[in-house]
Design a protein around this ligand. Structure first.
Ligand SMILES: Nc1ncnc2c1ncn2[C@@H]1O[C@H](COP(=O)(O)OP(=O)(O)O)[C@@H](O)[C@H]1O
Ligand SMILES: [Mg+2]
Length: 337
């Protein structure tokens, strides 16, 4: 059984796929192709603006990748290029192994795109719109697939409704249904939850997880840190056209995360005692709080040492609080660097 066949068989469950990919990888001793591969990509718009600067990025099959960045960072530009909507200035992009310039049709067929801007004021029915989208890719009609997609997205009851009569949330789901109509391997969601209410956002996250369980590779852009924190396996941070970091979410949080320990003292201190001079300790203005900051990665040894030293100095405290930095703080720290 070849790699492709093995993967096709296993594509039902991403974790299983990953496990077996590791195995295949090991056996064949050469890396399995990523689903998206971007190499030295640059984009200069017609007006001379450099929107993307030497982007390098690999996205693996079956992962949820969040591209996180402030407005204007280049997220939509990057997606538009991968989807063949905008031209490459220089560099190379492959989707599902196909070069998006030389093998445009094959590459595009493997991709579903839910664009940032929704165009949804239509007299067409839900069923008609989704079927039409599939047709655009030259795929033969597959009513059973469309039925499954509509059911998965809770749109089945609305299949005969006109698009213009749908609620905002249903329109969003319809955009996803259209993007999935031709059974793509890769799904792009460009700011899927911008401006939607909390409940719909939760629904969307749930849907995205289900899609991933079906083996779809998902790339979503967002400027909601919470979304990346909640959803992503890996996170890429883009700022002013440059990818400044790509990291496993859990590793990112432990690597860059800080922990803070606050000690509320019985008696205020005027200065930090000399014995603590070498420790990452600050004193609050009123002298009642000692604030100790350390990396989440580090062992607790520093804390133990701190408390011991305080004991030796007879400095009494009545309360201890600890706090871990959120992805938000990490992100703000990064983009403001
Ligand atoms: N067609 C265009 N011509 C010139 N500049 C553009 C064009 N489209 C986008 N830009 C600029 O490129 C930058 C990145 O835009 P975009 O990719 O939409 O960012 P994001 O999706 O991260 O908000 C922005 O500064 C934007 O103004
Ligand atoms: Mg955008």
């Amino acid at each position: 059984m070849g790699i492709i066949a093995a993967e096709a068989k296993l594509s039902k469950s991403a974790p299983v796929v990953r496990k077996y990919r590791a195995l295949i990888h090991h056996q064949q001793d050469k890396p399995v192709q990523p689903d998206i591969s971007v190499k030295h990509l640059n984009k200069v718009y017609a007006d001379g603006f450099r929107a993307l600067k030497d982007i390098n990025l690999d996205i693996e099959r079956g992962e949820i990748f969040a591209l996180l960045g402030p407005n204007g960072a280049g997220k939509t530009t990057l997606i538009s290029i991968i989807c063949g909507i905008a031209n490459i200035s220089s560099g190379e992009v492959k989707a599902a192994g196909y070069d998006i310039v030389k093998d445009y049709r094959k590459a595009r067929e493997s991709i579903g795109l839910v664009p940032q801007e929704l165009h949804t004021d239509s007299f067409e029915t839900v069923w008609g719109a989704v079927s039409f989208s599939r047709g655009l890719f030259g795929k033969p009609p597959a009513p059973e697939h469309i039925e499954k997609v509509l059911k998965d997205l809770s749109l089945w009851d609305k299949r005969n409704s006109r698009i213009m009569s749908l609620s905002g949330g249903m329109k969003r789901r319809l955009m996803i249904a259209k993007a999935l109509s031709h059974e793509p391997q890769i799904l792009f969601l460009d700011e899927p939850t911008a401006g939607v209410d909390v409940e719909l956002r939760r629904d969307m996250w749930e849907m995205v997880r289900k899609l991933r369980e079906n083996g779809v590779t998902i790339i979503l852009t967002t400027h909601y840190i919470e979304e990346a924190e909640e959803m992503a396996d890996r996170i890429g941070v883009i700022r002013q056209g440059e990818i400044i970091l790509v990291e496993d979410k859990a590793q990112l949080m432990s690597k860059l995360g800080k922990k803070e320990l606050r000690l509320h003292l019985q008696q205020p201190l005027e200065t930090i005692p000399g014995q603590l001079a070498l420790e990452p300790v600050e004193l609050s203005k009123d002298g009642y709080e000692l604030i100790y900051t350390f990396d989440s990665q580090q062992e607790q040894a520093g804390v133990a040492r701190l408390l011991r030293t305080l004991g030796d100095l007879d400095i009494e405290y009545r309360d201890i609080q600890t706090r871990e930095s959120s992805l938000e703080e990490i992100f703000v720290g990064l983009v403001n660097e």
